[in-house]
Design a binder for this molecule. Structure first.
Ligand SMILES: Nc1ncnc2c1ncn2[C@@H]1O[C@H](COP(=O)(O)OP(=O)(O)OP(=O)(O)O)[C@@H](O)[C@H]1O
Ligand SMILES: [Mg+2]
Length: 245
């Protein structure tokens, strides 16, 4: 079997498994409700419907992530660059995630003086959503998450740090988490939903935007740092409509 066939086969078996798990659970709870409707009290009916809703969300998330991966691998997904202020793009994401994770303390430490960046706004927000959501998913209620923007030590880049007090990631897993369908085996990862595609998609998008992502972690928590190029004269020069003097 060629390497490509093998990859294809692995992909199909992973995807089938990822689809089957939530579907089996949706079917199971729907069947139980239909066959035992009269004996179930409202409390239990509600509980089952909530599970069906959660599992449907899991499927939607998975399908959306797989579509993103598929687009990333084709040339269809052209990035649309715009000059933007990172703080202004991150704030609404933080507000949404605060709402979804009311038991976490999510703080913004923004440097108001950071320069503008040149990014695809939707993709940038997709990356931030995954990183901040991960920080919340892989840490316990009551812990703090800091989203920090600043100048980077390397010139021409800004730095965005997502700092959590979660379960941490072992150094030997640093490379693995950025690959397709990779989820680490620990009690918290088993408890929360995910397709293992978020960091893979984020890394590819950041690299496409000429940036970089790195991770530092120990048992007290994790820091993901994203570097993105500032909008400067050099970047503007590659935009044809600006160089028509
Ligand atoms: N902040 C973090 N702290 C601890 N572990 C993390 C953190 N972020 C990611 N991980 C680990 O890396 C794995 C991969 O993360 P990734 O975002 O790619 O996938 P996911 O969150 O499982 O699913 P998805 O983002 O596709 O919904 C996670 O399953 C988790 O085990
Ligand atoms: Mg994720």
């Amino acid at each position: 079997m060629s390497n490509e066939d093998k990859q294809q086969e692995d992909f199909i078996s992973t995807v089938s498994h990822e689809l089957r798990t939530p579907l089996t659970s949706i079917r199971g709870f729907a069947q139980t409700m239909l066959s035992s409707w009269d004996v179930l009290d409202d409390e239990n009916k509600k509980k089952f419907i909530r599970i069906i809703e959660q599992q449907s969300n899991r499927l939607i998330n998975l399908v959306e992530n797989m579509l993103s991966v598929n687009k990333l691998q084709s040339f269809k997904d052209k990035l649309v660059y715009k000059t933007a202020n990172a703080n202004a793009l991150i704030d609404p994401i933080v507000q949404i995630i605060k709402h979804q994770y009311p038991n976490h303390l999510i703080e913004e430490t923004f440097n108001e003086k950071i320069p503008q960046i040149l990014v695809d706004v939707d993709k940038f927000q997709q990356i931030m959503t995954n990183l901040i959501e991960n920080a919340a998913k892989y840490s316990n209620d009551g812990t703090k998450i800091i989203v920090k923007t600043d100048f980077s030590t390397s010139p021409d880049y800004i730095s965005i740090k997502i700092i959590d007090e979660g379960i941490g990631i072992k150094e030997e897993d640093f490379d693995k988490i950025f690959t397709k369908f990779s989820r680490l085996d620990n009690p918290l990862t088993r408890k929360v939903q995910g397709s293992g595609l978020g960091l893979y998609i984020s890394r590819i998008l950041i690299e496409k935007m000429n940036g970089e992502i790195s991770v530092k972690s120990n048992e007290n928590g994790t820091i993901f740092e994203v570097f993105l190029p500032v909008e400067n004269v050099e970047n503007q020069a590659i935009k044809p409509f600006k160089s028509t003097k």
